[in-house]
Design a binder for this molecule. Structure first.
Ligand SMILES: [Zn+2]
Ligand SMILES: [Zn+2]
Length: 343
């Protein structure tokens, strides 16, 4: 079968002909992939920006960690019936470290990443541990189910930021994770959700389709001026970052209320310079979020089932796997929002 893989360090990806996924062992399943999204982190791996060196010992590796499909083979004790429709939590806990033994798989110190350190969903079939599967509701099709991963990341960011009813939230970054954060902040009860980007026309258009009209283009002027113009001079309650640009956190802090929480969700190639005196006097709370726990996946699936079409505008391009590189270029040039590949 055809697989889109990272096979060496440096720029680029490669199509390789690889064997179909091997038969599942005990507790494993084989999933036939129907839809797999291209993520910002896939684009980082493609471009080979700093921060992805951890992949090197695992190459060649098939990318793709936002995918959904049909379970075609079920190993003994997997607990899944063949034919089930599933989405995949793309992390595999080791089961042996101190965190795993304390039933805290999220904080596993030796976890593997499906589509990063072991083969993922940019291929027709993939073998994974059964415990990574999440059931997909009947009315949620494969491409929407593939959005569950980024939506989970967005939902987890909102939970980390403790967004409350009636609050004003600023989202930094209009890409898929920013969109997911905005959608989930709204569902958490935020009264106003502003989304900031820089000359991101196509992604602002997606945000408008999703119902977010209060966007801020920092190419047109300082973020603080534009946000404070929207609020009538009041600082915002929570800032949620999904830009991957360290300086955007400083801009976010400049409009955050005293004691307010700012959550970093982006993957940053550089360091943050934080003026600590101001940070301390404002008692700002800087938090990080990464991935999502199963409970959050369950909540996301419930939202997808409740209003599937509310999320569909996030997907702007659909391509067969063979045209995957084109999809990566569209994502890289920020011409696309979510690109879905069909193996
Ligand atoms: Zn992702
Ligand atoms: Zn572990």
């Amino acid at each position: 079968m055809l697989a889109l893989r990272k096979s060496s360090v440096g720029f680029g990806l490669e199509f390789q002909e690889v064997p179909e996924a091997p038969p599942p062992g005990p507790g494993e399943v084989v999933v036939e992939v129907e839809a797999a999204g291209i993520c910002g982190s896939d684009v980082h791996a493609y471009e080979w920006t700093a921060g992805y060196e951890f992949m090197t010992p695992h190459m060649p590796v098939t990318l793709g960690h936002e995918f959904a499909g049909r379970l075609v083979r079920s190993g003994t004790g997997s607990g899944w019936a063949e034919g089930a429709r599933v989405a995949v939590i793309p992390f595999v806990a080791c089961g042996h470290c101190t965190a795993c033994r304390a039933d805290d798989a999220r904080n596993c110190t030796r976890r593997e990443g499906i589509g990063l350190t072991r083969d993922g969903g940019f291929a027709r079939t993939v073998r994974i541990p059964a415990r990574c599967c999440v059931a997909v509701p009947d009315n949620v099709d494969a491409e929407l189910a593939a959005l569950a991963e980024p939506l989970g990341v967005g939902a987890e960011a909102v939970l980390t930021g403790e967004v409350r009813l009636g609050e004003t939230v600023l989202v930094l970054g209009p890409g898929t994770i920013g969109q997911a954060i905005a959608l989930m902040a709204q569902r958490a009860g935020a009264a106003r959700v502003f989304v900031a980007g820089r000359a991101d026309g196509p992604r602002f258009a997606v945000l408008r389709e999703l119902g977010f009209t209060e966007t801020v283009d920092v190419a047109e002027g300082p973020l603080a001026d534009q946000v404070l113009a929207l609020t009538g001079g009041r600082p915002v309650d929570v800032v949620l970052e999904a830009t991957g640009v360290p300086g955007s956190l400083n801009e976010g802090l400049s409009v955050l209320k005293k004691g307010g929480v700012i959550v970093a969700a982006g993957i940053h190639a550089g360091a943050l310079t934080l003026p600590l005196t101001e940070f301390v006097r404002m008692r700002h709370q800087l938090r990080a979020t990464h991935g999502a726990v199963r409970r959050t996946w369950d909540r996301v699936m419930a939202w997808l089932a409740a209003e599937p079409e509310a999320f569909r505008p996030m997907i702007t391009h659909r391509l067969p796997l063979e045209r995957g590189i084109e999809g990566f270029e569209l994502a890289r040039q920020r011409a696309a929002s979510k690109v879905i590949l069909a193996p």
